[in-house]
Design a binder for this molecule. Structure first.
Ligand code: GRF
Length: 206
C-alpha cells in the first residue's frame, strides 16, 4: 500500500474526494493519518468517521493532546508515510519539515499558479481576486511545497472556464469540481511512481 498523510484545516471536501476514490482510482492508497491545526474542523470529523488516525499539530511547542512537526516526522517514519498532501491546510509548514520530506509534500491551490498565489491568497480570497480581475479561466494547481508560499514546482494544473460566472462563489464552485478530480489523479500518479522532477519541472508519466 502507498501511504499518505493528509493535512486539513476546514471543510474537507478534498479529503472526501480522496476517500471516495479509495474503492476505485485510489485502491492502492491508504490514508495513514489526517493532521490538522484545528481540533474541531469538519475535515477532522470526517477522518474520525472513517476510522483514520487523526492528529492535531501545534507549531513546535509541546502542548497536551497535540503533536509538534518534529514529532510528526518520526511518527510518519514509523507508519511508513510516502507522501504528504496539503488539502486546505492553512498553516505554513516549518522549513525543517519540508526539508525532511523534500519532493514528498504537495499542496492543492485553487487557482492557476503563479497567478493568484502567495501569502494571504487562500480560500475565498483567491476566488474574489479572480472574479474582480474578470479572469475568464481559472483552475487548480497541484505543486510541491517548498519554503515559500505557493512557490514550489508545479506538478499538474487543470483549467476551468469562468467566463460566465456571476460571483466569487460561482468561481469557487467551478474550481472545486476541478480540484476533486485533479488531486486524486495526482496522488494516484505518485503511488505509481509516475511523478518526476527534471530540469526544475514536474512531469507526470503515462
Ligand atoms: C480548497 O479550495 C483548496 O484548494 C484550498 O483550500 C480549499 C479547501 O477545501 N487550499 P476543502 O477543505 O478541501 O473542502
Amino acid at each position: 500500500m502507498y501511504k499518505i498523510a493528509v493535512f486539513v484545516s476546514g471543510r474537507g471536501s478534498n479529503l472526501k474526494a480522496i476517500l471516495n476514490s479509495q474503492n476505485s482510482l485510489l485502491s492502492g492508497v491508504e490514508v495513514a493519518a489526517v493532521v490538522s491545526n484545528k481540533p474541531d474542523c469538519p475535515a477532522l470529523e470526517l477522518a474520525r468517521g472513517h476510522g483514520i488516525t487523526t492528529l492535531v499539530v501545534n507549531s513546535n511547542k509541546h502542548e497536551s493532546g497535540r503533536v509538534t512537526y518534529f514529532e510528526l516526522i518520526s511518527l510518519f517514519e514509523k507508519k511508513g508515510v510516502d507522501l504528504i498532501v496539503l488539502a486546505g491546510f492553512l498553516k505554513k509548514i516549518p522549513d525543517e519539515f519540508v526539508t525532511a520530506y523534500e519532493n514528498r509534500v504537495i499542496n492543492i491551490h485553487p487557482a492557476l499558479l503563479p497567478s493568484f498565489g502567495g501569502r494571504g491568497m487562500y480560500g475565498m480570497n483567491v476566488h474574489r481576486a479572480v472574479f474582480e480581475k474578470s479572469v475568464q479561466i481559472s483552475g487548480a494547481t497541484v505543486h510541491f511545497v517548498n519554503t515559500v508560499y505557493d512557490d514550489g514546482i508545479i506538478i499538474a494544473q487543470r483549467a476551468t472556464d469562468v467566463s460566465e460566472v456571476e460571483s466569487p462563489e460561482d468561481v469557487a464552485a467551478k474550481v472545486l469540481e476541478v480540484e476533486h478530480e485533479l488531486l486524486p489523479y495526482v496522488i494516484k500518479k505518485f503511488s505509481e511512481d509516475k511523478v518526476v522532477v527534471k530540469n526544475n519541472r514536474g512531469y507526470i508519466l503515462d
